[in-house]
Design a protein around this ligand. Structure first.
Ligand SMILES: [Zn+2]
Length: 271
């Protein structure tokens, strides 16, 4: 078989695995070339590895806060991640960082408390991270990477192997920003703004004050201005004035969502 035919076969194989999905809250349509179940399984393994490798915090106040906030956000996103087995872990590391993974695994580094202290502020960060997961931004990044590697592999081997190269743990680690191979893997600004918007609505629906999202972003900018090394969080989540402007634009809607939240109004009494 000649190379174009092999290429076509590979492309068809990739397409067979692909699926269409709709991003929650924004309703944007997107395509994933990544097997959802495989990605979730690998993410859970990676999170378990992280728990073995990195010291887990024993600070009872921070642990209780993360559980409290995490539980409320996870209830709000229930229909966007119905199969999630939620886990919220505080890691004892000085970097300003937090991450969420497919399958409902959420990690916060103690360094994050430099920029997020109150429940509202922690909720802003976690809701943003979970929004990246429900919007499947990692799927999108890996799909692009796999597409490039498929074309590369077929070209190189001259079509000796038909079929798309698989997802590797290194690629996934980089996509989540957990390994140093960050360069090509930072979320792009479109994904950042989408996660900001979705996260803002999630936190508001969970009854948290959405204005805390702006405070956190300003604190992040201030931290990066004072430190020679930008916070780890910023290398995977590039910031910029347009993000704060978008948050401000979306604030009236977010405040409305907060007012409607059952966490604000309390349980309805049925007579
Ligand atoms: Zn982000």
């Amino acid at each position: 078989m000649n190379i174009p035919a092999r290429l076509l076969l590979s492309a068809l194989a990739a397409l067979a695995l692909s699926s269409c999905y709709q991003v929650p809250v924004t309703g944007r349509s997107a395509i994933s070339l990544v097997d959802d179940k495989e990605l979730t399984k690998m993410s859970i393994t990676m999170f378990d590895d992280e728990k073995r490798r990195t010291k887990v915090s024993r600070d009872p106040a921070r642990i209780a806060q993360l559980q409290r906030v995490g539980e409320r956000i996870s209830k709000v996103v229930f229909w966007d991640m119905p199969d999630a087995d939620w886990e919220f872990v505080v890691f004892d590391r000085p970097e300003v960082n937090a991450f969420a993974m497919a399958g409902g695994k959420v990690g916060v580094y103690t360094g994050l408390y430099k920029v997020a202290k109150t429940d509202d502020e922690v909720a802003a960060v976690i809701a943003h991270e979970i929004a990246h997961v429900t919007a499947k931004h990692v799927h999108e990044r890996l799909s692009r990477e796999l597409a490039v590697r498929t074309v590369g592999a077929v070209g190189m081997i001259g079509g000796a192997v038909a079929g798309a190269p698989g997802l590797t743990i290194d690629m996934l680690g980089a996509a989540y920003g957990l390994t140093t191979e960050l360069g090509g893997f930072a979320y792009d600004r479109r994904a950042e703004k989408e996660a900001d918007y979705i996260g803002l609505m999630y936190m508001a629906r969970a009854g948290y004050d959405p204005q805390a999202a702006i405070r956190v972003m300003e604190a992040l900018d201030a931290t990066s201005a004072n430190e020679p090394m930008p916070p780890a969080f910023l290398s995977t989540h590039p910031t910029g004035p347009e993000r704060i402007i978008q948050l401000m634009d979306a604030m009236p809607k977010a405040l409305e969502e907060m007012e409607k939240s059952s966490y604000r109004t309390g349980p309805k009494i049925v007579k």
